[in-house]
Design a protein around this ligand. Sequence first.
Ligand code: GLC
Ligand code: CA
Length: 550
Amino acid sequence: MERNRWYKDMVFYQIWPRSFKDGNGDGMGDLLGVYEKLDYIKSLGCDGIWFSPIYPSPGADCGYDIADYMDIAPEFGGMDAFRKVLEGAHERGMKILMDLVVNHTSDEHEWFQLSRQRIEPYTDYYIWRPDPGNGKLPNNWDSFFEGKAWTWDPVREEYYLHLFAVKQPDLNMDNPLVREEVKKILRFWLDMGVDGFREDVITYISKKEGLPNDYIMPASKGMPHYNHGPHVHEYLAEFKADVLDHYDCFTLAEAPLVSPKKALSYIDEKNGQMDMMIQFQCVTADCLLTDYIPLPFSLRKLKKAFSSWQYTLKGKAWNMLYLENHDHPRIVSRYGSEQFREESAKTLAAALLFQQGTPFIYQGQEIGMTNWRPSDPGEYRDVQTIYNYEHTALNKTPQQRLERLWRCSRDNARTPVQWSSEKNAGFTTADTTWISVNPNYPRINVADQEQDPDSVLNFYRKAIHLRKKLSCVRYGTYKEYQKHSGKLYLYSMRDDRQRILVVCSFSKKNLKWKAPRDFYLGGAELILGNYNTTVENILQPYECRVYLWK
Ligand code: GLC
Ligand code: CA
């Protein structure tokens, strides 16, 4: 039977729980805080929430190091708070997505504790290797966060593999028992009523046999030997056939370094193993593969990312649309302009929200939050950021290294959501917060933007409302124009009922433009824009317009 792909009509909101809203006054976000804000999320036009991990965790990677997959962390309110949120969301017609992080666990997970003692059946739950001797490591792979990918365990007297932090040992997915554990986790949450999963670095779960040395990729040695590894499709198909197919749910795969063509092997609607994919091209238009190799922002690169996914997936698979999440700096600061903050936040929203796919909005994006620039490097909390500051670019001055973090750190997107101009941005009643609040909150906050019909927040609401009304956005065909322009992003969506033209300037100056030949502006209705007065053939800085023909 053809599946009901309800997620195609939806817009999701991503919550990174530590910094969303504090409900119990301890300075850290929690599910009580989320419960208070369900109506707010709904008011944006969002139909669901993706939760970054809320399971018990020592917090080495802010929850992406899980110590127990079948519980909710006490600091977030425990299982009772979660059930309340789940029910509250469902009452409002909203779906809940959990983050499934099964490439690795925390080293404090019971499985790892038993595995390091060689207690059956856990002995082979992780990827262990004996000491090769001569001061060598089992292979030359790097971890993403903390140096080499191998750490010596004095208990087991072997090395374990960790592609991320030292406290995130990789699971051995080749072990059928580990795959059964994953299925148990999936069933546990689905039986409770959750509606799907975002699957963390899921393309990494199958490592090449023999874990060979990598001589191909200098930036992150090892990746060619585990990204899209030999059994990844087989394992994902197994999860689908044994569990996911038996529930009305959907899955979203996080996939670093994936082309749209490659994506089809995972998410093709005919025989894919998952439903949507988080690709990285749209978040690397100002860097080389990672935020830590910054380059000037290239609109052409961003347009190419958008268009190639729209064209390649058309009719075959479904796009996930996003520009921000908890892993990258804020888009206004990256792709837009803090000088033209409101205008550029809106142009970026228009660029994204009328494409085909399911949009995901990251907390704070809807009010145009910006990057954060603390003067003390000790204020950073993220493991990757701290390691980077301490171990790389050591030939640079401390100030230069700090400024690098202002540009590159994930903590840019992890400061608390700015709810109001009250103390600590109304995020908490506590005097101190687990990570500093961006000092620009008196200027950028939800409460003020609620009062202003022209705010970024209300622009997001309007754009989401419009996208839901326009059949051409959901079912129509995307086409890009003037693709060589480095200042203008121009695309249309059309179906047999209507067509729209989306016009987005990324220029700080006025920009001359002309509509493509078969779009006669005289016959169109201007349904959205970010300036009150417009001149037909000139776009003001970061101006955006959406025209409709019926
Ligand atoms: C994903 C997450 C990121 C996390 C990493 C390791 O990329 O989005 O936040 O640090 O995986 O789990
Ligand atoms: Ca709290």
